[in-house]
Design a protein around this ligand. Structure first.
Ligand code: G6Q
Length: 543
């Protein structure tokens, strides 16, 4: 699995280093002037996505070298290994098969001697059954009232996907149902999410792969107490709780009828699980047909990633561009800027997908990397961001490549709002790339002292990703696009994009501090002097 030649010693890497020195000062103004067809040429249209990568600081040679790096890094065999079900999550010895979650019936994907696809479809059918019962009102609570509120309790991968997908697809959701998402251990999250809900009409989905996560289990127990305060009888739990988990014993122990447990598997990583049973809330919101359409969108992108030649392959190109800036321009962050209000949680979702996957400091075999790995991802929907942080992207001292994401058809046509929205998106990408020279500013009779303030250097790169309409399938394509871009980057960096050991230390230390906050025993504190003093300060304030 491990590539033989270390990344920085590969021929293409070294060629890219030399090439970078030559092209680093090239301005997009020049590149566009030299090639009037650039804006048409450097685009790809595939599976309903129009991808414009012409406003990147690249030449044809850059692309050739990046593609050569992908080849030298064994990207093709890494992709094949993932699709085959090899245990490419090496530190956890697990297959990485989110692609199986959207495999059509009849496809065969074997893990440990077993075809996993029939199991995926069996769970989907069971989810469809549950969601139809809730949507139709057939699913009654303990006192016979129909369910009107669905509350997903989960965190990280068991929360961000469901929240993002619910918000993204709210247009298609059944509007007489209320959806809430509780993740934080902070009691405020629970209190605010449930304060106006009627327990008799509320269904909790406890979404936890392990069913041991502190936040989720604490919130789940609080939810049970909250329910029983009104409904009094423990039998009510079975009518008001379902679970999504891989841990049957813990689910049963909690008191949830295992007939109402939706299974998934250790080969689904938390941050890759929104299209597994973790998406139950999404399915209840939009219905099983729309959910299957979303899966089909994912699958279309999977097939594109698996089969398209790298130079026409959307996730491969996107991943290579990230690598180009991250490793050669020393760029630290990437902005994701959807011009679609329904995608307001997309950046938060992508933060986990990208940063938990590729925020790694050693290669697969444990060697310290000598190059930068995953960049920081962040963003907000346009046009809101334009009135806040875009200033820094336009005129600050940092280079921040941007992904602009837009749709040609609005879901909510309203006057000419949509034209204004998209005009702004196109304008931002144009302004970032081409800027405004001092001469152009002077030509507007601006006083000399103001000219530097009103000058835009430009040469700030961006991709524009255009789709027709934000449908469930479009969402699936978009998410899979980022999933496979992350895969591409991780494969070349030779890291394990599918583990997350970095979250463990804080969890262990919190477990040690919890009893320390709750006792008065001064001698027990054996942390550093800062942590000891903070704990004492807190205890003094609380007791
Ligand atoms: C994602 C991570 C992490 C995980 C949460 C919740 O890839 O593994 O975000 O999803 O810690 O875990 P559980 O689903 O087990 O509660």
């Amino acid at each position: 699995m491990t590539t033989i030649i270390p990344l920085t010693q590969r021929v293409a890497w070294q060629a890219l280093e030399a090439h970078y020195v030559k092209v680093q000062e090239l301005h997009l103004r020049q590149l566009f002037a030299d090639d009037p067809t650039r804006g048409e040429r450097m685009t790809i249209e595939a599976i309903g996505i129009y991808f414009d990568y012409s406003k990147h600081r690249i030449t044809d040679e850059t692309l050739t070298l990046l593609l050569q790096l992908a080849a030298e890094s064994g990207l093709r065999s890494r992709i094949d290994a993932m699709f085959r079900g090899d245990k490419i999550n090496v530190t956890e010895k697990r297959a990485v098969l989110h692609i199986a979650l959207r495999a059509p019936k009849g496809q065969t994907i074997v893990v440990d001697g077993e075809d996993v696809v029939p199991g995926v479809h069996a769970v989907l059918d069971k989810m469809a059954d549950c969601s139809t019962q809730v949507r139709s009102g057939e699913w009654k609570g303990y006192t016979g009232k129909r369910i009107r509120n669905i509350v997903n309790i989960g965190i990280g991968g068991s929360d961000l996907g469901p929240v993002m997908a619910y918000e993204a697809l709210r247009h298609y959701s059944q509007r007489d149902l209320t959806f809430r998402f509780i993740s934080n251990i902070d009691g405020t999250d629970f209190i605010e999410a449930t304060r106006d809900l009627d327990a008799e009409e509320t269904l909790f989905i406890i979404a936890s792969k392990t069913f041991t996560t502190l936040e989720t289990m604490t919130n789940a127990h609080t939810a049970r107490d909250w329910l029983l305060k009104t409904l009094k009888h423990p039998d009510a739990v079975a009518r008001h709780f379902v679970a999504v988990s891989t841990n049957v014993e813990a689910v049963a122990q909690f008191g949830i009828d295992t007939a109402n447990m939706f299974e998934f598997w250790d080969w689904v990583g938390g941050r890759y699980s929104m299209d597994s049973a973790i998406g139950l809330s999404t399915m209840i919101a939009i219905g099983s047909e729309a959910f299957r359409a979303m899966l089909d969108g994912f699958h279309q992108m999977d097939e594109h990633f698996r089969t398209a030649p790298f130079h026409r392959n959307l996730p491969v190109l996107m991943g290579l561009l990230v690598l180009w800036y991250n490793n050669f321009f020393d760029v630290q962050t990437m902005a994701v800027l959807p011009y679609e209000h329904y995608l307001k949680r997309l950046s938060a979702y992508l933060q986990q997908l990208t940063m938990e996957s590729n925020g790694k400091h050693v290669t697969q075999d444990g060697t310290e990397v000598v190059y930068q790995t995953g960049p920081i991802y962040w963003g907000e929907p346009g046009t809101n961001g334009q009135h806040s942080f875009y200033q820094l992207i336009h005129q600050g001292t940092k280079l921040i490549p941007c992904d602009f994401i837009g749709f040609t058809q609005p879901l909510n046509p309203l006057g000419h709002h949509h034209d204004l929205l998209l005009a702004n998106m196109f304008a931002q990408a144009e302004a970032l790339a081409f800027g405004k020279t001092p001469q152009e500013v002077q030509a507007e009779s601006i006083p000399a002292w103001l000219v530097p303030h009103q000058t835009f250097e430009g040469n700030r790169p961006s991709s524009t990703i255009l789709l027709e309409r934000l449908t469930p399938a479009a969402l699936g394509k978009l998410v899979a696009l980022y999933e496979h871009s992350v895969f591409t980057q991780g494969a070349i960096w030779d890291i394990d994009s599918f583990d997350q050991w970095g979250v463990e230390l804080g969890k262990a230390l919190a477990a040690r501090i919890i009893p320390e906050l709750e006792t008065e025993d001064k001698n027990r504190l054996k942390h550093d002097s800062s942590t000891n003093t903070l704990i004492r300060h807190y205890r003094k304030a609380r007791f």
